[in-house]
Design a protein around this ligand. Structure first.
Ligand code: PEP
Ligand code: MN
Length: 483
């Protein structure tokens, strides 16, 4: 094997002229302009002394799983809040999200007949891109005022007296992220995902008799399977006592991401021949790479993926697996330019293309994107993931942001059929959801309509699927895989 230039000296291998701060010389969208730059420097230097939130070993394990997804051997389920608040760092909120992701993944395993890789939009999803720097709100006296937009807990607070950017929130974000992930790890180690525990599959809310029959059949199948595994002792395998749950967020606030980016040894996973036979392991010199240790997986949002922009510059240097949101405003040529910048070595599973067109546009736009990527040197290297949420946001006449369950499902179903027609593999879904009984998206088996939205609308940004809607979506996806 010919040693590559980067591998032969066993030292750092980020792309040329890249540093964790090289994004600073590029034009930036959604910039955070802090009134006191010295206070930002104090906060980021505190962050850069703190330990990583995640370890490269975990990132390497996720990368190995994502290679399986890209090859069509596994399915990627990614979900969580649109805007995670520091206040969601509570045991009950964390547990309900883990349980929901687990339950959805069981349904998907049944449907797609593949292993499911789980990534939460959690433990760091604190920064939000906004379409306008200000927004109109009604204050406590009933008066309408124009105030700075809420940009996520890492930047400012939702309450009207907290709308100025506060650099101390960068440090608070780290501690909330670490505490959340600590509890995720503890709860999983304690057996929250243990399949020996009965799961709550109540389907009382499903009114349509045909759907109910379908879900009941799936649940019976899953229960039978678990019982059978128990009978033969297969459920005593340590694998069933635990699951992997990785974390992700939009890499939007680059001051934060830079401070947590560290040059660390590239882990060698047991059985990973591709990695183990690299020249650096024979010379004894470990290879080192830059890891953004704030999360296992990060993505670039729809508003910040300019090819010469700061975000793409930052992302091209990190070894983590990354996502790129792809939508109606993504020209096909940009897509290939992005891949060539962000994944020049065509690493399999490195980039997840998170498509979000809206139900009405997916059929028109997705085929061109698939053909461009799969007809290039990136054939088979990317993961195609459907985000059926962000192209389907709408406002009611009274100004409430919502999404229709039917539109969400339609985009997902169309995406699946386009991939089938094009011969590519839809490897995952990306959802905004919560384990709480919120009323933010309309439709689904509970039949939520516009009047129901005010019952329990608690999102501070985009509307999320509630537990029942999320599970129902998993059943619908599973069902279309089985057909
Ligand atoms: C999001 O995922 O919350 C988001 C803002 O998405 P997009 O960048 O696709 O609009
Ligand atoms: Mn969102």
């Amino acid at each position: 094997m010919t040693p590559s230039v980067e591998a032969s000296n066993g030292s750092a291998s980020p792309p040329s002229e890249w540093t964790p701060s090289s994004w600073r010389s590029r034009p930036i969208k959604q910039q955070a302009v802090y009134p006191d730059p010295a206070a930002v420097r104090r906060a980021t230097s505190e962050l850069s002394r703190l330990p990583p939130v995640v370890h490269p070993q975990e990132i390497a394990r996720l990368k190995a799983s994502l290679r399986d997804v890209a090859r069509g051997e596994a399915f990627l389920l990614q979900g969580g809040d649109c805007a995670e608040l520091f206040d969601y760092c509570r045991a009950d909120a964390i547990e309900s999200k883990i349980k929901l992701l687990l339950q959805m993944s069981l349904v998907l395993i049944w449907g797609a007949d593949k292993r499911v890789v789980r990534i939460g939009r959690m433990a760091g999803q604190y920064a939000k891109p906004r379409s306008s720097p200000t927004e109109k709100v009604v204050d406590d006296n009933g008066e309408t005022k124009e105030v700075p937009s809420f940009r996520g807990d890492i930047l400012n607070g939702y309450h009207l007296d907290e709308r100025d950017l506060d650099p101390q929130r960068l440090v608070k974000a780290y501690h909330h992220s670490a505490a959340t992930l600590n509890y995720v790890r503890a709860a999983i180690a304690a057996g929250i995902a243990d399949l020996h525990r009965p799961l709550n599959w109540t389907l009382g809310h499903v009114k349509d008799p045909q759907l109910k029959a379908k879900y009941t059949e799936a649940v019976h199948f899953l229960q039978d399977m678990l019982r059978f595994m128990h009978t033969i002792g297969a459920d005593r395998s340590p694998k069933l006592d635990t699951v992997d749950l990785y974390t992700s967020h939009e890499g939007l606030l680059l001051e934060y991401e830079e401070s947590l980016t560290r040059l660390m040894e590239k882990p060698i996973l047991p059985g990973d021949e591709e990695v183990a036979i690299t020249p650096e392991s024979t010379t004894g010199e470990p290879k080192r790479e830059y890891y953004d240790t704030s999360a296992h997986f990060l993505w670039i949002g729809d508003r910040t993926r300019q090819i010469d922009g700061a975000h793409v510059e930052f992302f091209r240097g990190i070894a983590n697996p990354i996502g790129i949101k792809v939508g109606p405003t993504t020209p096909t040529s940009d897509l290939l330019a992005l891949l060539r910048t962000l994944n020049p070595s065509c690493e399999i599973g490195k980039v997840t293309l998170i498509t979000r067109y809206g139900a009405a546009k997916v059929r028109e736009l997705l085929p061109g994107h698939i053909r461009a990527v799969e007809g290039s040197e990136y054939r088979g290297a990317c993961i195609w993931q459907c985000d059926p949420m962000h192209g389907n946001t709408r406002s009611t006449a009274s100004g409430i942001k919502t999404r229709r369950f039917g539109d969400i499902f339609d985009e997902l179903r169309e995406t699946l059929s386009v991939h089938r027609e094009e011969g590519s593999y839809l490897g995952g879904v990306h959802l905004e959801l919560t384990g709480d009984a919120v009323t933010e998206c309309m439709g689904g088996s509970e039949g939520l309509d516009e009047d129901d939205l005010s019952t329990n609308y608690t999102s501070f940004c985009d509307p999320r699927l509630n537990e029942k809607q999320a599970l129902e979506l998993a059943f619908l996806v599973a069902d279309s895989y089985r057909r």
